[in-house]
Design a protein around this ligand. Sequence first.
Ligand SMILES: C[S@@+](CC[C@H](N)C(=O)[O-])C[C@H]1O[C@@H](n2cnc3c(N)ncnc32)[C@H](O)[C@@H]1O
Length: 212
Amino acid sequence: MEAALEVRGAFPELPIHPLVADLSAEPGLAGWLGGTGLRDGASTLATCFGMLPNLDPETFPAYLFRLLAAGDRLLVSANLSPGGYAADRRTILAQYDNPEARAWYGGALRELGLDPDAVSVEIGAQPLPGAGKDGSAWRIVVDAVAGRRVELALFGERIAIAPGHRLRVFHSNRFTPEAAERLWTGVGFHIERSWIDPSGEEGIYLCEKSAR
Ligand SMILES: C[S@@+](CC[C@H](N)C(=O)[O-])C[C@H]1O[C@@H](n2cnc3c(N)ncnc32)[C@H](O)[C@@H]1O
């Protein structure tokens, strides 16, 4: 909604059709996309930046493929791990375990009404199950572990958390460049172009859903 309001303010002549949806629930959006009129006689370029780190890599690419029509394109980013879990774990984890990152997690906990002193924040990493078991797909995880009984305040509801209970504060998925490509080609996309950052830690892929 923030993005929609910004665009509407800066480019009032541009027709926009904002929609807020939980994509992890795989909503059927074909009706909404058709209703915008944007698809009439044109192909779609869907952009999806910074989302793969948080969504399920086993299901999200296939969902995007189903959502698009033949001839449509997808411009999507992935966080990469050039050498995989064992080689990169230590250096990449350092980006998530430092005073600035810890202050960020603490801010999220405070917004939930949690006293950051009542929890310890544990930062770790694990290979993803399935195709990622070889370390080509892995996840950074940040948990808050309650040191005593604490309460969350969420939209007027209070949720009690027992001592020792873990609350997932953050996670982020990483892929080797080969595994990132397989995410898209494995569900039927053709990769038209890709751009890899010189650090090797971020890739952008232009994928096409070819007409069959
Ligand atoms: C790291 S931000 C990237 C934001 C923006 N695309 C950019 O590149 O600056 C991740 C975005 O994914 C969205 N997101 C995470 N989980 C989602 C879900 N289940 N359904 C829809 N959007 C989701 C968040 O709302 C957030 O805007």
